[in-house]
Design a protein around this ligand. Sequence first.
Ligand code: ACO
Length: 310
Amino acid sequence: MSRGSRIIGYGTALPDRVITNHDLAQTLDTSDTWITERTGIKERRIGGTTRALGIEAARKALEMAGVEAKDLDGVILATTTPDRVIPATASSVQLELGARCGAFDLNAACSGFVYGLNVAHGLILAGADQILLVGSETLSRFVDWEDRATAVLFGDGAGAVVLSATDAADNALLGWALDCKGEMEKSLHCDFGGFIHMDGREVFRQAVRIMVETCDRALAAAGLRTSDVALVIPHQANIRIIQSACEKLGIAEDRTVQVLSWTGNTSSASIPLALADAADSGRLAAGDIALMVGFGAGMTSASALLRWSL
Ligand code: ACO
């Protein structure tokens, strides 16, 4: 039988502690005006563990989906900030939820959630019935809080979805693209025991180009045009990156989802956080086509065109 996949539940988790731009300006040579104008970020949430945030988001997604953890066929945890080297943080998530299935971490930096969506879809086509996909990050543990170039950008959080098998006729994943440009790995990196280092200007320049490229590839694969897309759900790194990429794609800014003003850049968690925000606020109706697009360290990129069905 020909199969497809669709999202049947989602959930999020954010730490309680809020750090505003004004808070950062107390200890760093920066200002609310600079951070807001250059990034669009006003505040970020900090704290917790990748495991705990991921479990909280996953529980909400499972509840909405009406799926019990014991019935899952796979747990994928997209993260670039695991709680330890081994075992995978996904093991803790699987244990705590009571799942009895394969579980693994997936590190594709800020593209991790969309990479995971494509991997989950592939597992479902191969026979899995229900997959839990979580994007969870605690970037605050890897940020040098004395470095104004990076400290103002990142936040912690998690988002999760449950994907279920469907008939091919109801398949929601209409097109996708994955890429990695390893020659750019030095522009954004964090070594063992160190902090995140980034050539911000270079990452900005490449991010816009890469976003446009990956979106074009997914649209071509699906045989769709930007006018078919109801909503763009982009990685939440910088408002100016989103604006520039959408301008080049010919997509109006009011067709994008933006949560970065209050979450900061939460890497793998940013797209599921934005997805949940759009769904909760009624910006996604059943049948709408959403274009998810991520880019990040690697430099990785990923896009997925999804027909919303909740
Ligand atoms: N407050 C005040 N001034 C600052 C700050 C700050 N927080 N940070 C840098 N500056 C200064 C710089 O020192 C520089 O000063 P100078 O002109 O005297 O040298 C000036 O502001 C401009 O610096 P730029 O780096 O050119 O600023 P830019 O407009 O490029 O903004 C930023 C910097 C926000 C980092 C931007 O380049 C950016 O968003 N880059 C992409 C980041 C990104 O998307 N990362 C993806 C991460 S995803 C992942 O995989 C983890």
